[in-house]
Design a protein around this ligand. Sequence first.
Ligand SMILES: O=C(O)c1ccc[n+]([C@@H]2O[C@H](COP(=O)([O-])O)[C@@H](O)[C@H]2O)c1
Ligand SMILES: Cc1cc2nc[nH]c2cc1C
Length: 356
Amino acid sequence: MTDLTVLMSTIEAIRPASDQTRREATAAMADKVKPLGSLGLLEEVAIRIAALRGRVDLPDPTPAVVVCAADHGIAREGVSAFPQAVTGLMLTAFGTGGAAVAVLSRAAGARLVVADLGVIDPPVVPGVLDLSIRPGTANSVDGPAMTPAEATAALRQGIDLAHELVDDGVDLIALGEMGIGNTTTASALTAALLGLDAAATCGRGTGLDDEQVAHKVSVVDQVLARHASVSDDPLAVLAAMGGLEVAALAGVVLGAAERKVPVLVDGFITGAAALVAARLAPACTDAMVAAHLSPEPGHALQLAALGLRPLLDLQMRLGEGSGAALAINVVRSSIAVLTEMATFASLGLDQTSPVT
Ligand SMILES: O=C(O)c1ccc[n+]([C@@H]2O[C@H](COP(=O)([O-])O)[C@@H](O)[C@H]2O)c1
Ligand SMILES: Cc1cc2nc[nH]c2cc1C
C-alpha cells in the first residue's frame, strides 16, 4: 500500500469513543465510596479511556513512551538558545538511558521507543530506530519544509509504529519529541491551524530572552506569510511548516486512535502533532489525554482547541515526552480507581444519605 493509502484508510477507520461505555463507566464511578466527583480529573480520565476502549473492566495498562526526533531548517534563523547539533547528541542520551525521559520512563515502568525521523548526522546508537525520511527539513521561511510526499511518509512511519506497538500488547502510548528549533515549527503550525497571531504562539523554547522571543515572532510571521495560501489543508500546512517528527507523532496519534489506544500528549510540540491529527481525523481527540501544561503560551490554546484538560501543571518545559511519561502513573492510578475501588453498595451504605 502507498503511504497515502495507509494514511487515508487509517483516517477512515477512526471511530468516536462509545457513548454507551461512557455512561456505564460514569455510573460505575458514581457508585464508588467517595463523594461524587471528588477524585476530579482522575475520574474523567478513567471514564474517557473506558469509553475509548469500549470496556469498563480495564486491565492495568502496558505503556510505551515514543520519542520522535528530527532537525529543523528553521533553526538557521537563530530561534533556539541551543545549537542544532544538540538534537543528535540527545539521541545518544536517549539510547544510553541518561536522558530525563529515559529516567522517567523507567520510573513509570514504560518501554522507551526512540525513532530518528530526520536528524542531521545522527550518531550510531543501538536501539534507536532509523525511520529517517530526510536529514532535517528545509527552512520554512524560504519555502516548504518538506514535500507532501515526505510529510505523508513520516505520518505513515508513525502509523506503522503505533500499530506495531499495539500488536505487541501496548495499550497506552506517551508521546515525546526532540528537535532543536521545533518550538518555532510548533508555533507556526499552531498559529496557522488555529488562525492565531505568531505573538500568541511563540514562547521561550529552550530559554530565549525577550528580545530573542521578539525575533522568533518575526520569523514565524514570515513563515505564516510565505505559506498563507495553504492554511485550510492540514497536510499541506504540515508539509509547508514541518517537522518530520511532528508528522510522525501525528501518525502515532492516528494509528493509536484507529486501534482505540489512548495517547498521552506531552507539551507544545506533541500538542502541535495532536492538532494536525485532529484536523485530519476529528474523532481522534477521543484517544487523547493531555499529560501536563507547558508554560509555552501556545500550549493552553492547543489544549482548549482540542477540548482537553491537562492532568499536571509542574512548569515542565523540557519536552522529550517527560510530562507524558510522568503522567503514565496518573493514568494507571485512574484505571485502578475505576476497577478496584469498593462501591457504596458493596459496603452496605446508601450513597444518597450522608452517614451520620
Ligand atoms: O514540550 C514543550 O512544551 C517544550 C517547550 C520548550 C522546549 N522543548 C524542547 O526543546 C527543544 C526545542 O526548543 P527550541 O528552543 O530549540 O525550539 C525540543 O527538543 C523540545 O523537546 C519542549
Ligand atoms: C540539553 C537539551 C535537552 C533537551 N531535551 C529536549 N529538548 C532539549 C533541548 C536541550 C538543549
